[in-house]
Design a protein. Structure first.
Length: 414
C-alpha cells in the first residue's frame, strides 16, 4: 500500500448520525447514567467517536412515533399554527445534551420527509403525493420557521435538504419531486426564502436519495444557473445498488459542488451482533470518501431491541441498540466500523493519495490538521493479509485479518 501525503484532495467536514424521534424517545427511556454514556460514546472528542455532523427531520418520518407536522392547521398559509413543541419532548433535549458533550459545533442537516398533509395533492403525509403548486411558497417558509425556531432553542441548523428520497412513494411519510420540480422549488422558492430571511449561509442539499440516479438529478438542477446558485451540493444514500462510480461522476462534472452521504442503515433490523454490517459500513465510507465525499451521516443514533420504534413497522439496525426495560445499551459492529473514521479522521482533514496493490484491500488516507497521517483499510477477503505500508517513503510491515478493518497512523495518537 502506497501513501503520498503531498497529493491532497477534499477536506472532510465530519461524521455522524441522525437524531430521530425514535432515537430520542428510546434515549429518554434510559437512566441518566446510560443517557450520558451513549452521548459520550458518540460525541466525546477525546474518548468517543467525536461526531460533528448529524441530521434531524422536519415534521415526521418513519422513525417517528406517528405522523405529525409543525403546521397542522388546514389552509394555514401564514403559518400561524407553526410550532416545534413536539420536538421539545425528546428531540431537542437529546440534541442539546449531545452539543454539551461534544463541546464543539455539530453541523446539523435538516431533512423533511413530507410537507403537512394539507399542502399535498393526496391530502396525507404517507404514500407519496406531491407538493401542491399553490403551497410552494408556504412550504419554503416552513424551512425558514424551523431554522429560526431551532436556533432560538439553542440548536443551530447548518443545512437543509429539499426532500428525503424524492423518488420514493413509501407507505410512510414521503413526497415526490421530479428533478424539474426540485430545481424549480429551489430556484423560485426555497433559495429566495432563505436569502430574504437572512439565512443565505444555510447550505442547500439536493437529491438526498440513492446513488443510482444522482447524476441525472444533479444534471437537471445544476444545469439551471438560477437554481444552481443556491445549491451547496448533492446528498445521497446507499440503498439499492452501490454505484460508487456515480459519486465520482457528479464530482467530475461539477467539481465546484460538494458531496455528502446523508443516510444509510442495514434494513430489516435489528441484526444483533452481525459482523457483515461493519464491512458494509467500512466499504461504503471508504469508497465514498475516495470519490470526493466531504461528510458521512449514518441513520438512527439509537433504536430499541426491535429496531424501532417505527410507526409503520419499517424496522432497521442502528450502531447502538437499547433494551430500555433492562436499562441496557448494546454497541453493534457498525458502531466499531464508524469509529475507525470518526475517531481518527478529524474535521478539516485532507484526503491524500493512497493505493493498494490488492483488490480485496480497500483503503483511504487522510492528513489531519495536527499533522497525523491516517490510513484506514478493509480486508474483504476470506484470508489474512500481510502487506507493506509505505507512508511518505517510510515502509512498515502490516497485517490485517480476514474481513477486518484496520487503522494505521503516523504521528502522535489522535
Amino acid at each position: 500500500m502506497w501513501v503520498d501525503s503531498t497529493r491532497r484532495f477534499q477536506k472532510v467536514l465530519g461524521f455522524g448520525g441522525a437524531f430521530t424521534e425514535a432515537a430520542a424517545s428510546t434515549w429518554l427511556k434510559l437512566s441518566a447514567a446510560q443517557q450520558e454514556h451513549l452521548l459520550r460514546e458518540y460525541f466525546d472528542a477525546d474518548r468517543g467517536h467525536g461526531y460533528t455532523m448529524c441530521r434531524v427531520h422536519m415534521n415526521s418520518c418513519d422513525f417517528a412515533l406517528g405522523n405529525y407536522a409543525h403546521a397542522e392547521r388546514e389552509g394555514d398559509f401564514a403559518l400561524e399554527s407553526f410550532s416545534i413543541e413536539r420536538d421539545r419532548r425528546a428531540l431537542l433535549p437529546m440534541i442539546l445534551a449531545a452539543q454539551r458533550v461534544a463541546g464543539r459545533p455539530i453541523r446539523l442537516l435538516m431533512s423533511p420527509w413530507s410537507p403537512p398533509a394539507w399542502m399535498k395533492t393526496t391530502g396525507q403525509m404517507n404514500h407519496g403525493g406531491r407538493l401542491r403548486p399553490e403551497c410552494r411558497a408556504a412550504w419554503a417558509q416552513c424551512f425558514v420557521r424551523f431554522i429560526r425556531e431551532y436556533e432560538a432553542a439553542g440548536v443551530p441548523i447548518w443545512g437543509v435538504s429539499v426532500q428525503n428520497e424524492p423518488e420514493a412513494n413509501q407507505r410512510w411519510d414521503s413526497c415526490l419531486y421530479t428533478a424539474e420540480e426540485e430545481r424549480d422549488f429551489v430556484r423560485d422558492h426555497l433559495g429566495p426564502a432563505l436569502h430574504e430571511a437572512g439565512l443565505a449561509h444555510i447550505c442547500i442539499v439536493i437529491w438526498d436519495h440513492n446513488r443510482d440516479a444522482m447524476v441525472e438529478r444533479a444534471s437537471v438542477v445544476y444545469g439551471d444557473a438560477g437554481a444552481s446558485r443556491y445549491v451547496w451540493g448533492t446528498g445521497f444514500h446507499w440503498y439499492m445498488e452501490n454505484h460508487f462510480d456515480h459519486v465520482q461522476l457528479v464530482h467530475d462534472a461539477w467539481p465546484d459542488k460538494q458531496l455528502l452521504f446523508t443516510e444509510g442503515c442495514q434494513e430489516g433490523g435489528p441484526h444483533w451482533g452481525r459482523w457483515e454490517l461493519a464491512e458494509r459500513y467500512a466499504r461504503s465510507i471508504i469508497n465514498d470518501l475516495n470519490r470526493w465525499t466531504v461528510g458521512w451521516i449514518d441513520w438512527n443514533l439509537l433504536l430499541d431491541e426491535q429496531g424501532g420504534p417505527n410507526h409503520v413497522g419499517n424496522f432497521c439496525s442502528a450502531p447502538y441498540l437499547a433494551v430500555p426495560a433492562e436499562d441496557g445499551l448494546h454497541a453493534q459492529s457498525s458502531f466499531a466500523a464508524l469509529g475507525h473514521f470518526s475517531r481518527y479522521v478529524q474535521p478539516d482533514a485532507e484526503r491524500v493519495l493512497v493505493a493498494a496493490t490488492r483488490e480485496a484491500l480497500e483503503c483511504t488516507a487522510f492528513l489531519n490538521p495536527n499533522g497525523n497521517l491516517v490510513v484506514i483499510a478493509l480486508n474483504r477477503s476470506d484470508h489474512d493479509m500481510s502487506f507493506s505500508l509505505t507512508m511518505d517513503g517510510a515502509t512498515y510491515a502490516a497485517e490485517l485479518p480476514a474481513h477486518a478493518i484496520g487503522t494505521y497512523f503516523r504521528g502522535n495518537e489522535p
